[in-house]
Design a protein around this ligand. Structure first.
Ligand SMILES: NC(=O)C1=CN([C@@H]2O[C@H](COP(=O)(O)OP(=O)(O)OC[C@H]3O[C@@H](n4cnc5c(N)ncnc54)[C@H](O)[C@@H]3O)[C@@H](O)[C@H]2O)C=CC1
Ligand SMILES: O=C1[C@@H](O)[C@H](O)[C@@H](O)[C@H](O)[C@H]1O
Length: 335
């Protein structure tokens, strides 16, 4: 039987997820949706023949909704995740789980109190075949212990309300999660360096930024965040180990020799670059929910990422290295 899904937030990725659930994956269908942008949401409801609700809470509480997808703006996630837990429904919340560690902590506590894992966070890079290959290679011991990671996260242009803080809490949060998963350990310090800002970064945005993280075992990581790089969407990751290095592969692309140049296309945003990862993420989420389990990054992972992102914000504001204190993870989250 199809899992009946309610979607909250039908902007860029919300619409893409509706398309994905309807046309790409199996075992689920969208039955309800809601968005502050009523016209857009109603048009989508009509296109996909699903019920429109005025509020996200109504979607969560609707009798016909088995599970919820949250794809509204970052600061709205915490309230909808909390309402989903209260309603006892599985929920896939786009990243970040919340915009502060305090909100994440409340979510973790509510889930613990309910006694059942219901929350998955949309850290889809864990499902990307390139990152999976990196993880398998690290775990094989082929390059020895990882010592340093060099990462790049570039977007052509930022969204209309993008802030200096969001470069980390909305964007670099992907690296924070996927590197924590890749290395199997938490971080112990954060520092943020602010190079000369691009003249194309508007409204006082500090861009680029360099995030420096140190893991508990001493692995050093640098992440370049550049949200107005202009030329395309570019995600890179190199792991330097004791006996070799490995690098995240770019997605397969046609190589062109023409007009005296050798070239291949660079994607313009996340939706194409990680399309396979989103598809796998959603298929596994649906399959897991039907079995009554969360099959991806948990509320605890969302909490751990947010603690690290908050430390980065503090480090940028203070201009210092900030220690990261990770609370003891409950056995409930299997760690
Ligand atoms: N995993 C990933 O790679 C990606 C994740 N995201 C995340 O997905 C979320 C949505 O991002 P986009 O689609 O790019 O933004 P968007 O601005 O295109 O869409 C967000 C939608 O949420 C709606 N909304 C805002 N507050 C609401 C509320 N209280 N109730 C219902 N609807 C509300 C807005 O009207 C808008 O239509 C964000 O949290 C973002 O961080 C976005 C892009 C990629
Ligand atoms: O999650 C995403 C966006 O919200 C964010 O703004 C982008 O920087 C990321 O690359 C994308 O994956």
């Amino acid at each position: 039987m199809n899992l009946r899904i309610g979607v909250i937030g039908t902007g860029a990725i919300g619409e893409d997820h509706i398309r994905r659930i309807t046309n790409v994956i199996t075992g689920a269908r969208v039955v309800a949706l809601s968005d502050l942008n009523v016209n857009r949401a109603k048009n989508l409801a009509k296109k996909y023949d699903v019920k429109f609700y005025v509020t996200g809470e109504e979607v969560i509480e609707a009798a016909e909704v088995d599970a919820v997808v949250i794809a509204s703006w970052d600061p709205t996630h915490a309230q909808y995740v909390a309402a989903s837990i209260k309603a006892g429904k599985f929920v896939l919340c786009e990243k970040p789980l919340a915009t502060s560690k305090e909100d994440c902590k409340r979510i973790v506590e509510a889930e613990l109190a309910g006694g059942k894992q219901l929350v998955q966070v949309g850290f889809m890079r864990r499902f990307d075949s390139g990152y999976r290959q990196l993880k398998a290679c690290i775990e094989s011991g082929e390059i020895g212990n990882p010592l340093m990671l060099h990462c790049v996260h570039r977007n052509p242009t930022p969204g209309p309300k993008h802030t200096t803080e969001m470069s980390i809490k909305n964007s670099v949060i992907h690296e924070i999660d996927v590197l924590r998963w890749l290395l199997g350990e938490d971080f112990k310090t954060a520092q943020v360096l602010l190079p000369k800002s691009s003249s194309l970064a508007e409204n006082g945005l500090r861009d680029p930024q360099i995030v420096l993280l140190e893991t508990q075992s001493g692995v050093r990581i640098d992440i370049e965040s550049f949200v107005s790089c202009q030329y395309g969407y570019d995600v890179q990751c190199e792991v330097v180990g004791e006996t070799g290095t490995i690098r995240l592969p770019d997605p397969a692309a046609v190589v062109m020799r023409s007009h005296g140049k050798l070239s291949y296309e660079i994607f313009s945003d996340w939706s194409d670059r990680f399309v396979e990862a989103y598809n796998i993420e959603f298929q596994q989420w649906v399959d897991g929910v039907k079995l009554g389990v969360v099959a991806g990054p948990t509320a605890w992972d969302g909490y751990a990422a947010c603690i690290t992102a908050d430390a980065c914000t503090e480090a940028r504001e203070k201009g210092t290295i900030v220690p990261i204190t990770m609370p003891q993870c409950s056995a409930f989250y299997g760690r």
